[in-house]
Design a protein around this ligand. Structure first.
Ligand SMILES: Nc1ncnc2c1ncn2[C@@H]1O[C@H](COP(=O)(O)OP(=O)(O)O)[C@@H](O)[C@H]1O
Ligand SMILES: [Mg+2]
Length: 220
């Protein structure tokens, strides 16, 4: 369970408030979308929920553990083992093949060999086995994003965070990626937190956190 308690985020000096006192609970296995217009604070909130950034005040608790109080080593271990990230731009390393990119997280902790079969399996599930030995520059945008999803799943994360994962794709590929994310949530029980400005995708979630200028709101 993820609990957000009175999350405030400010940037700059003098401080400019971007997120205003946001509180929410995300249950294990839930699919929650964060939606709102460009600049409403969606990415800022996702980075804070996912432990990539910290609130200026307030708390994020993962099963009662406050991310701001975790040691640097612990938070690295937590992100590596329990959290998967997918972004609008795939951030695959250009000099590595599809398979090598999927194996990056285990490579960082020296456990490549034990994850190789799973990586191949995930590429197959994402229907991109054929790009296992190709470089990102030799893949289509949809293939690159599916490799990035396989990489996000390689460590069997409990939580999956996605920031506009379809933002750079045409609508056909966008739909493929959304269906993959939905089925990961449903079949593996992975908690899914999805940022999108597309109403249609936001509505696929069990629950929508809708932001207007950094405040939670009903979609009006
Ligand atoms: N690191 C930062 N420093 C200063 N301002 C920031 C920073 N990150 C985001 N912002 C500002 O916070 C607001 C919300 O940004 P963001 O969370 O990226 O919105 P969204 O993802 O909904 O488009 C914007 O006005 C943006 O300029
Ligand atoms: Mg954003």
């Amino acid at each position: 369970m993820i609990i957000g308690k009175n999350i405030v985020k400010e940037f700059g000096d003098p401080p400019h408030r971007i997120l205003h006192d946001l509180s929410f609970v995300i249950q294990d296995g839930e699919f929650v979308s964060i939606s709102g217009r460009s600049g409403s604070g969606k990415s800022t909130l996702l980075y804070i929920i996912s432990s990539l950034d910290f609130p200026s005040s307030g708390q994020v608790l993962f099963d009662d553990e406050d991310t701001s109080l975790m040691s640097v080593e612990h938070i690295h271990e937590f992100r590596t083992n329990h959290v998967g990230f997918i972004f609008q731009f795939h951030y695959l390393l250009p000099e590595l093949t599809g398979l090598e990119n999927v194996l990056l997280p285990p490579r960082n902790i020296d456990r490549v060999d034990e994850f190789r079969d799973r990586a191949l399996e995930l590429l197959k599930t994402m229907d991109v086995s054929k790009v296992a030995d190709k470089l990102p520059s030799q893949m289509s945008g949809g293939e690159q994003q599916r490799v990035a999803i396989a990489r996000a799943l390689i460590m069997k994360p409990k939580y999956l965070f996605a920031d506009e994962p379809t933002g750079n794709l045409d609508s056909a590929n966008g739909e493929v990626v959304m269906n993959i994310l939905k089925s990961i949530n449903k079949e593996r029980g992975t908690t899914l937190c999805l940022v999108t400005h597309e109403e249609e995708y936001a509505a696929m979630a069990q629950r929508e956190i809708y932001l207007i200028d950094g405040r939670m709101s009903e979609r009006g």
